[in-house]
Design a protein around this ligand. Sequence first.
Ligand code: ACM
Length: 506
Amino acid sequence: MTLIPRPQCVTPSEGTLTWTSPLRVTAAPELRDAVQVFANDLSQTVGWSVEFVDDDAHLVLSVDAERRPEGFSLDVSDAVEVRAADPSGAYYALQVLRSFTPAASVTPGSELTEWTLPRMHVVDSPAFAWRGVHLDVARHFFSVDDVIRFIDLISLHRLNHLHLHLNDDQGWRVELPSWPRLTEVGAWRRSSPVGHERDGVDDGVPHGGFYTAADIERLRTHATSRFVTLVPEIDLPGHAQAVIAAYPEHGVTDEPVEVWTRWGISDNVLQVSEGTVSFAENLVREVAALFPGSPFHIGGDECPTTQWESSPIARAVMAERGMREPRDLQGLFTERLASTLRRLGHEVIAWDEVLDASVPEGTIIAAWRDAAKGREAAERGLDVIMAPMQWVYFDWLNSADPNEPVAIAAPPAVTTLERVYEFSVVPDQLPDELRARIRGAQAQLWTEYIATREHLDYMAFPRLCAFAEVVWGTAGSFEEFRVRLTSHLERLRALGVGFRPLETEG
Ligand code: ACM
């Protein structure tokens, strides 16, 4: 079996089963949408048809509430029987079946005369509920079509959350009719760095773009059909220079700013006055309305306090609230944005810097600075998404080879495929009773140095293949994985993915 991620348990038996089109399927009503996605894929690639029937089916799917969430069992004998916990379990079972068609069968217009399955029994479910990928569409904008393609690719690896980083110093990416300047001004920058930021060279080429409400609806509908939840992030009060370029009255200084044309961490942050906290609350509320029911990420990373330190308004807020450190001011945003979003029914996520001030109960911490931040959050009674940069930042170099394309940091900031495969989702020394606080893990694709779909493919794959198996919970021997990966990459090649080739051995 070449499937990635590898299922938890596969018991082969003697012989094979061969299917031909049309495929006769019986499915419980709640699983029909999942089967329909599979049927559409088959029709668009190999031209097979699926007929829903009441009896004498090739493939029978039923619901088994005893299974673990997103889990399933699969029996291939004279027919194929799937018992799924839920629609995503059914979808994943169908992916296992699909992995037995040739790699080229994923391409539209390809031939599949017979589909031969080995007789076997599979029992599978993911070890972690949060199997995420983050994509920064702020530093470089990616079109709706690019994001849809990316959703398909992550869902093929049974990853189930796509975190979209929707604003930063270098751009704001969501149209909000109440705040038109966010996209009229904030979605566009004059220029971007060429080569590495430290080289100080500009390309002088305007860059930008944004998603309309209709675009977001299209992305959500597509993601939902593939069992991927979109997770919007609005990163405040730092990383806010594009917002301040659009609405300068919410900055700390009177200096006008433009949407930032450099990479790094801008000192321009939001003011801490009631008017500005309430402005931030409104922005977040309006973005959240476009993602009903989704977890919402409020950012909170890398917020410099330099401007607050010399601001009379910020000093007055500190005095009024009895705060000792300017750092504590960030807690005002965390508290306010988190409580507003929770009232609206959204779970709230924030980067681990929010641990440095007060954190509202129920906030989920995305532990990125290191794995120990995940342990700290769990010990403080908070749920955690593990995203430590030393393991799962895929904007880091793939290798120390000087011919690697320019990336955010220099060696030793290297994340090889093998290292990703060795990542342990649960942080070291976490007491067993806190294990349930670890919801899962997420790989990060920051895009300062990723400007095109081709380069995104190169940085994402095959590291995401390794990550997917780790977070599914079935990573074992790297050598065995590498053999399966070699075949799996044929499938990605047929899909047109410009993955980074495997290093040749020896
Ligand atoms: C981050 O990488 N600033 C979360």
